[in-house]
Design a protein around this ligand. Structure first.
Ligand SMILES: [Mg+2]
Length: 187
């Protein structure tokens, strides 16, 4: 990794922390991906703040209410087992791609607010997600970013199409990403 260990991670939810289920809204379909608890513990052990940033256009499309997103988040947090409030702040963007949305990724607004509130510079933050739009968000906000192949997207192909200005490392699991971010890259 060509940047210091991050002081904050902004994590995507679907395909990053939990299995990607299309328009997930039923709590009994919430399943953690392998190694996620260990990965987040490792980040916390290294002093990183954790944030959650999730696009949930199913709300804007009228498929399910915002309360279903809260319920699925709560089930995920329960399964993580790293405390009742592991995320310093959770940002849910409920709009569809064609609705005006202050926070829908790739909007940099959430990262900017974190920088202001926690007095961090963008270079101290790392976005992690399974979608090219997570890295487009990193690019827009000027933060670092790493991609994961744990979702439904072909993130490598999508990144080629997006032509972002920087190279982003891609990992096969959140645990591998966190080991690289916090341990092996700095040995
Ligand atoms: Mg995702």
């Amino acid at each position: 990794m060509n940047f210091p260990a991050p002081k904050a991670l902004i994590l995507d939810r679907d395909g990053t922390l939990i299995e990607h289920v299309h328009y997930l809204h039923e709590v009994d379909k919430v399943r953690l991906l392998p190694g996620v608890t260990e990965a987040l513990r490792l980040a916390q052990h290294h002093g990183a703040l954790l944030f959650l940033h999730t696009n949930q256009s199913g709300v804007g499309r009228g498929y399910f209410p915002l309360e279903a997103v809260y319920a699925c988040n709560d089930r995920m947090i329960e399964q993580l087992g790293i405390g009742d409030s592991p995320f310093a702040r959770i940002c849910i963007a409920p709009e569809t791609p064609d609705q005006d949305s202050p926070y829908r990724k790739p909007s940099p607004l959430f990262a900017r607010e974190i920088c202001a509130q926690w007095q961090l510079s963008p270079s101290e933050i790392c976005y992690i997600g399974d979608n090219a739009s997570d890295l487009a968000t990193a690019e827009a906000a000027g933060t670092n970013g790493v991609g994961l192949t744990t979702g439904l997207h072909d993130i490598v192909a999508d990144l080629t199409t997006l032509r972002l200005s920087r190279p982003y490392s891609i990992f096969t699991s959140l645990l591998h990403a966190c080991q690289s971010l916090f341990v092996t890259a700095h040995e």
